[in-house]
Design a protein around this ligand. Structure first.
Ligand SMILES: *Cc1c(COP(=O)(O)O)cnc(C)c1O
Length: 903
């Protein structure tokens, strides 16, 4: 029985079910429950179909500890007995227990499926010692034993439980690698894998998802051969790197232990050894992820009687709780907040600026979790993380190729560092007044132009946003490999403020900075990489033209590359950290050379009074993701697919609202796979793999651009309405859209609320249009037309004024933004001109040119349409004049545009 039954495709797409694999389980339960309800209601149902649905359910449930074979047998017996009410009752009980996760905490949930059940004789074997309120997980065992032995193995591991164990686990058993990988994709509760050497590779069940993930995550089909345990372990690490792996072997484990590659295993055991040792190792492995060194210490600190004589009156809260005037603050936040405040860096606490104790340890654990070599905790947001990285790695005069549309911290980072930004443009999505991301050809062209000018040696960095606010994901691997082929020591800064969660999706991880860096690092060590480079050298010859280089998928020279990758990540935007919790992730082979600079940058930017609670949540967010991130992220993705599907297929809602698809957000030239919509049920496996692995851009499904222009709302008005009338908060807006975002916090009820609200609004529009007179209808239509069609062209970056270009004779874009920034401090060198003034038009026509003194950043769209020193063109003025937003940073309407005088 295939995991992807034919009937899946009529409703869901392969790609959506691959990205959110655990959802396959709820699909099957929904299908069984709906048939059972029909049966009870007396509708004609074909029992053979219910039987088949039950079989499909079984083919998934065998990868979960609960409900287990015995309970499923009891469900099946109701069908055999033609007891429709009993069948529905048992099915409902089991599925509710699964959804509520009651079986994780309550021993009774394991056999309480049917209150009417009067025959205790067929009660299940008790889940002995299944003590409530201990964190629960599952262990996957891959075994060579006959299936008849499996239940015995499950019982044995239960029998080993001890009261003093910190956690409790159940065992799931499979007999081969393919089933093991399937189990890991379906079952988010699995936290450790135990391999009993001697198992086989192939499953009796066909699962095309495994081929897909093998191609995306770079592991080949696994065959029965000598090193099966090792290749299986390596594949598992590509899918769920956070898992602990144990190998039980009857070979000479001492010898295996000396094998470098065997280090993927947490521990090797000789098969006949004490099962208790294995049990303790499993618990210790989970404990290593559960541990939060900083948070644990902070809790201990808060519990100690401490008298403070430092400058932080709020610490311990005495001045709060004794106060007649601010006691409500204490009551609102609770005592722990104040007990956990301190300005000390001793007594069990550590210093963020110079960590030597538990912060250092917490950062090392975060590095392990996020797939980095080094991690820095930052308590002032990714705004600060970006400035730190730019300052640490760039010196005055260095050139950085930067997405002009990036977050303002990068522009200001260049001002601070004195680096010269070479702005590159994203493709525009004019219809929606937003930008996409920067095409690789644009980035390569920038490098080649600089090379032609003899300035390539000054180019230090490529700095891009992945994913963008609106969800455009780069092909990080391809971008880095092709750029490194042109300049092998380039540093990459990927601003992944939004995208931190992607590490816990085996598919999306490939497109993160750290994920791609790991793949590139592995690839560069292969003979394949060397051959590919030599072949390319032969084909391109010694002096390839720019045109050739632009159209070739370049590969770097493995011997020349210095792989230097940095990623910044607003943990607070996609994980359970308090606002401003951010991390810098590092995978840089030359890190030792810049470490001192890096610390200087930390000293420059980090507060000397970092917020302890933010540090604690960075620690805890890491724990959560390492233990349940896979399931949480799959759920966030699933919710996004569901919202997209419900809105776009709803007969009424879809007339006025639409969630934009890949096809609408990414021009076809960047989607060679042809993938137009992640919910398209006609996407084949090949398309799905090609899209995820190869397309130049992919859309993050969790970022949903909902157009509201056809409903007659501009983005801001619609956002305000949703917040004020319906308690729905959304992310950003554009002229005719809002951005919805699903994250690890969302549940299915949120979908229901959103759909209900959109339906209500749609119905009101329908009614108004039906009842309204012609004048009102015409007015509505005109408003819609204006919102959808009257969209100003987005202005490109023009150029820096000659004063700020080191070499104006060359047609290069980079400029000295810092000099321009400080020139604007000199009042007598600046002037103000009103935007609407004729002077502007005259000067655009006959000069002297207008040169911006400021960053001018309208929200939305939120990117600088002017930077200091930039020549202002007619397009920019036209865009400014058409802008109908209130918030424009760097522009004071009463004064006009601030310009640097031309002399
Ligand atoms: C939000 C954001 C930042 C800034 O992060 P904070 O944590 O809010 O300081 C930087 N870059 C991008 C792309 C962002 O979306």
């Amino acid at each position: 029985m295939s995991l992807f039954p034919e009937d899946l495709q009529s409703e869901h797409s392969l790609i959506s079910r691959s990205l959110a694999t655990p959802a396959l389980r709820s699909d099957q339960w929904l299908s069984v429950l709906s048939m059972a309800r029909d049966w009870v209601a007396g509708n004609t149902i074909i029992l053979a179909e219910l039987e088949a649905a039950l079989q499909r359910l079984n083919s998934i449930e065998r990868f979960f500890a609960y409900p287990g074979a015995a309970l499923l047998d009891r469900l099946h017996a109701r069908l055999t007995d033609r007891d429709e009410k009993g069948f529905l009752r048992v099915a409902q009980n089991i599925s509710t227990t699964i959804i509520s996760q009651k079986y994780m905490a309550d021993i009774n949930a394991w056999d309480a499926v049917d209150a009417d059940e009067s025959a205790p004789a067929d009660r299940l074997p008790q889940a002995i010692n299944h003590v409530a309120n201990k964190p629960y997980f599952e262990v996957l065992s891959i075994v060579p034993h006959m299936t008849s032995r499996w239940q015995h193995i499950v019982q044995q591991t239960r029998a080993i439980r001890r009261v003093e164990d910190e956690f409790v686990y159940e065992t799931v058993i499979v007999g081969n690698t393919e089933d093991a990988l399937t189990a890991l994709l379906l079952n988010p509760s699995i936290a450790a894998v135990v391999m009993y050497e001697g198992f086989s590779a192939k499953s009796a069940t066909d699962n095309p998802l495994l081929d897909a993930i093998g191609e995306v995550a770079n592991f080949s089909k696994i065959k029965d051969e000598g090193a099966l345990a090792l290749t299986t372990a390596q594949a598992i690490k590509k899918v769920r790197p956070e898992l602990d792996l144990y190998l039980l072997s009857d070979r000479e484990v001492e010898e295996l232990a000396g094998d470098m590659e065997a280090s993927v295993f947490n521990r090797l055991f000789y098969q006949v050894e004490e099962p208790l040792e294995l049990h303790l190792s499993i618990l210790e492995g989970v404990q290593k992820r559960y541990k939060t060194p900083f948070f644990d210490n902070l809790k201990r600190y808060a519990a100690r009687p401490v008298a403070t004589f430092h400058a932080l009156p709020i610490a311990r809260g005495k001045a709060v709780f004794k106060s007649h005037w601010i006691r409500d603050m204490g009551e609102f936040y609770g005592a722990n907040l104040f007990l956990a405040e301190s300005s000390a860096t001793t007594g069990g606490l550590d210093s963020l600026l110079e960590p030597t104790g538990n912060i250092k340890e917490a950062q090392a654990m975060a590095a392990r979790a996020y797939g980095a070599d080094h991690v820095f905790f930052v308590t002032n947001g990714t705004s600060t993380s970006n400035k730190m990285v730019l300052q640490a790695l760039l010196a005055p005069g260095d050139i950085a190729i930067i997405d002009r549309n990036c977050h303002k911290s990068h522009h200001y980072g260049c001002v601070l560092a004195g680096a010269l930004p070479y702005y590159v443009e994203s493709f525009p999505l004019t219809e929606y007044s937003m930008y996409g991301s920067v095409p690789l050809s644009t980035i390569k062209q920038a490098l080649l132009t600089l090379r032609a000018n003899g300035q390539l040696d000054r180019v230090k960095m490529v700095d891009l946003t992945n994913c963008t606010f609106d969800g455009h994901i780069y092909n990080t691997r391809r971008v880095m490999e092709e750029c490194l082929a042109i300049k092998p020591d380039l540093i990459f800064l990927w601003d992944e403020a939004w995208f931190g969660f992607a590490h816990w999706s085996p598919f999306l991880r490939q497109r993160t900075a750290m994920g791609a860096a790991q793949v590139i690092e592995e690839y560069l060590g292969t003979t394949e990489a060397k051959k590919a480079w030599e072949k390319q050298q032969q084909e391109l010859g010694d002096n390839p033209s720019d045109e050739q280089l632009l159209k070739t998928r370049l590969v770097p020279n493995p011997d020349a590359v210095r792989l230097r990758v940095y990623q910044t990540n607003s943990v607070h935007k996609s994980m359970s950290a308090l606002r401003q919790g951010s991390v810098v992730l590092v995978r840089d082979v030359d890190y030792a050379d810049v470490e001192a600079q890096f610390h200087e940058a930390v000293f420059t930017h980090a507060s000397t009074s970092p917020n302890l609670q933010i540090i604690a949540t960075l620690d805890v967010a890491r724990r959560q993701m390492e233990l349940e991130g896979y399931g949480l992220v799959a759920n966030a993705l699933q919710i996004a697919f569901e919202i997209r599907r419900r809105i776009n297929s709803h007969p009424v809602i879809s007339k006025y609202f639409k969630v934009l698809t890949n096809a609408e957000m990414i021009p076809a030239e960047y989607r060679p796979s042809g993938l137009s919509d992640v919910n398209d049920p006609n996407v084949s496996w090949t398309d799905a793999v090609n899209a995820i692995r190869d397309d130049e851009f992919l859309l993050d499904p969790t970022r949903m651009t909902l157009t509201c222009g056809a409903a007659g709302f501009d983005g801001t008005a619609f956002k305000v309405m949703l917040a004020d009338q319906f308690n729905i908060q959304v992310n950003k807006t554009s002229r005719n859209s809002i951005l919805l975002q699903s994250n690890i916090n969302n549940s299915r009820s949120d979908i229901a609320l959103l759909i209900r609200v959109l339906l209500k609004i749609s119905m009101e529009i329908e009614t108004a249009l039906k009842e309204g007179n012609e004048v009102r209808k015409a007015a509505f239509n005109e408003r819609v037309r204006s919102l959808i069609e009257d969209v100003p062209d987005l202005p490109n970056f023009s150029r820096f004024d000659e004063r700020y270009r080191s070499d104006p004779s060359h047609n290069t874009l980079h400029g000295d933004i810092r000099k321009a920034f400080y020139d604007a401090y000199k009042m007598d060198e600046c002037e103000h001109i009103h935007l609407e003034s004729d002077v502007i038009d005259e000067r655009l026509k006959s000069g002297p040119e207008l040169v911006s003194a400021n960053f001018v950043i309208p929200y939305p769209p939120g990117f600088p349409i002017m930077v200091p020193g930039q020549v202002i063109t007619a397009e920019i003025i036209e865009f400014m004049r058409k802008l109908d937003v209130k918030e424009i940073h760097g522009y004071d309407k009463s004064l006009g545009l601030k310009l640097l005088k031309r002399n």
